[in-house]
Write a protein that binds this ligand. Sequence first.
Ligand SMILES: NC(=O)c1ccc[n+]([C@@H]2O[C@H](COP(=O)([O-])OP(=O)(O)OC[C@H]3O[C@@H](n4cnc5c(N)ncnc54)[C@H](O)[C@@H]3O)[C@@H](O)[C@H]2O)c1
Length: 275
Amino acid sequence: MKILSGKKVFITGAASGIGRSTAMAMGKLGCRLFLTDIDGNGLKKTVDVISGSGGKVCEVRAFDVGDYQAMMSFAKDVHDGYGPIDILVNVAGVALFSQIEDMQHSDWKKVINVNLWGVIHGLESFVPEMIRSGNGGHIVSVSSTAGIIGLPWHTVYAGAKHAVVGMSESLRYDLRKHNIAVSVVCPGLVNTGMVQSVEIHATPEASDKLRASAPRIAITPDKVADLIIKAIRNRKFMVITSFDIWLFYFVKRCCFPIYHLVMMAITRFMDKSLK
Ligand SMILES: NC(=O)c1ccc[n+]([C@@H]2O[C@H](COP(=O)([O-])OP(=O)(O)OC[C@H]3O[C@@H](n4cnc5c(N)ncnc54)[C@H](O)[C@@H]3O)[C@@H](O)[C@H]2O)c1
């Protein structure tokens, strides 16, 4: 999809971080935007910035992506008013770092609800209509490094993000016949609201120290938005946002014993820092 101007794009998580940067970048390219987030105030700010610079936001609604009825109802309104969308971008997410023994059932549910059910609801509400239209399209889902590497302290987050990679891979092959391309984005640290909002089940001092160190090594959400747009243009499947993560993933696939040793060292480091 070389030319993005005029394309109808639905983006979740558009109130902040990667979702907001992607919405702004696509607005500048002339896309017609359909935006959501659970944070109504943040969403309004995104819409104001995009509209103020001449971008076109067609529909905007605040809701929980984990709420199937809310997603279906938004999709129905979009389809009734504008027809099928061209590009679906699943971005909304929440993060939790914890040891399993420190997690409540509600922690598992919250992370799965947003990071996995949120993506599923986006897919089931919008993709069948894309297929029926026969116009092709593109699906982007934001996973994480934790979606390709079983990072310590990330059990439920890694589970949801691995599932997003698995679903994307399956859809990549299933949807080729409909000319719908699929991308899955696996960022490392990105300097967004999540760096502060991530729930960490450790002492406040250890959590603050981890949060404070993150921005120094994080990339910007604008860079991730650029990579998402390049992936749509080049129909690229796996988007890994920095060389170190690409190398890590390569070692996992091609030299597992070395990966295992590195993972043991990372686990020891995380345990020491957070326990
Ligand atoms: N920031 C990072 O270091 C990082 C790294 C890897 C992957 N990611 C992934 O990138 C995506 C975007 O995160 P971000 O870094 O921009 O963080 P962010 O916190 O800035 O943005 C996430 C957005 O999701 C929204 N959201 C949360 N729960 C929601 C719900 N139930 N319904 C609808 N919207 C909801 C938030 O309100 C927020 O606007 C997430 O899927 C995250 O897991 C982030």
